[in-house]
Design a protein around this ligand. Structure first.
Ligand code: GDP
Length: 300
């Protein structure tokens, strides 16, 4: 079995749960206590938040008690199936597609803390949408880090998508307004706006984002979060959603050795779906988030 780096630990920890049941003939109230303890431990180790783990374990237990003896299906396999379905549910069930405007350009506003991979995602997303046959434009509205504007321009050349820049002397909301105007004139399908990130959430950042959002009236407001931050990621998504209102998230660095807590917690904690995931530094490394495939990978 080839295992994803990211869930390696979680996969082997969960395996302990199935092993406990391997010698049993039926799933009973008594013999699934131990496996449930293993599942609980595995999820906590993966940095899934405690309330989420509690609900998950409860739900799996409830279902496990309910299943009778299914002929030819071993108890450990039954439990794997229940956990699989529950993991899919936890991660949002269906894949959550990007939404596009019915008329005029679709505006996608990207937000996120510094270093999470926001600028990279901006260009990755442009390439991803371009491959779907949509014309794109990126807008460099990170005025605090002049290097970010250069970085986006270079990435723009790399993926062959125009980048609207207006320097650092004017307000991000004004840059965004001008960029959108230009996109409309050029009949661009999708405008992706890169905004400033900070090391921590602060009021100035939120106020600025609110202003940019008001100016643009975006179709999508996507928070870019680093998978390595585990359950913290879910808390961050919740805060941004309350503060500015987001439509979903993009989880980056899934190729790293993150323990999986972010992927498992974000939807349940914040109510906002993970729409896309980044799994590498190359421009091609962006894909939709498929809860069922992810559950499959976790279970090995
Ligand atoms: P920003 O500050 O949020 O704009 O972050 P950047 O886009 O500059 O990215 C920060 C670093 O993370 C860069 O070195 C990127 O190459 C790297 N990075 C971004 N996304 C991914 C990813 O999905 N996987 C990996 N391994 N690295 C990534």
């Amino acid at each position: 079995i080839v295992r994803a780096e990211m869930f390696g630990q979680l996969t082997s920890s969960l395996e302990a749960a199935w092993t406990k049941l391997r010698k049993e003939d039926v799933l009973t109230k008594d013999n699934f206590v131990e496996p449930m303890r293993e599942i609980r431990r595995a999820l906590l180790e993966a940095d899934v938040s405690l309330p989420v783990v509690r609900r998950f374990v409860q739900s799996v237990s409830d279902q496990a008690v309910g299943v009778g003896l299914i002929r030819g299906v071993r108890p450990d396999q039954q439990l794997v199936k229940i956990v699989h379905d529950e993991l899919v549910k936890l991660m949002g069930g269906e894949v959550s597609e990007l939404v596009f405007a019915k008329s005029g350009p679709t505006v996608i506003l990207l937000a996120g803390l510094q270093g999470v991979g926001k600028t990279t995602v901006c260009a990755k997303l442009a390439l991803y949408l371009k491959k779907q046959g949509r014309s794109c434009m990126m807008v460099a509205a990170d005025v605090y880090r002049p290097a970010a504007i250069d970085q986006l321009s270079i990435l723009g050349e790399q993926v062959d998508v125009p980048v609207y820049t207006a320097g650092t002397a004017i307000k991000p909301s004004e840059i965004a307004r001008q960029g959108l105007k230009e996109a409309k004139q050029k009949n661009i399908d999708v405008v992706i706006v890169d905004t400033a990130g900070r090391l921590q959430i602060d009021k100035a950042m939120m106020d600025e984002l609110k202003e940019v959002k008001q100016t643009l009236d975006p179709t999508e407001v996507l928070l870019v979060v680093d998978a390595m931050t585990g359950q913290e990621a879910a808390a961050l998504v919740t805060t941004f959603n309350i503060e500015i209102g987001i439509t979903g998230t993009i989880l980056t660095k899934l190729d790293g050795d993150s323990r999986g807590g972010a992927a498992l917690s974000v939807k349940e904690v914040s109510g906002k779906p993970i729409k896309l995931v980044g799994r590498g530094e190359r421009m091609e490394d962006l894909e939709p988030f498929y809860p069922d495939r992810m559950a499959g990978r976790i279970l090995g």
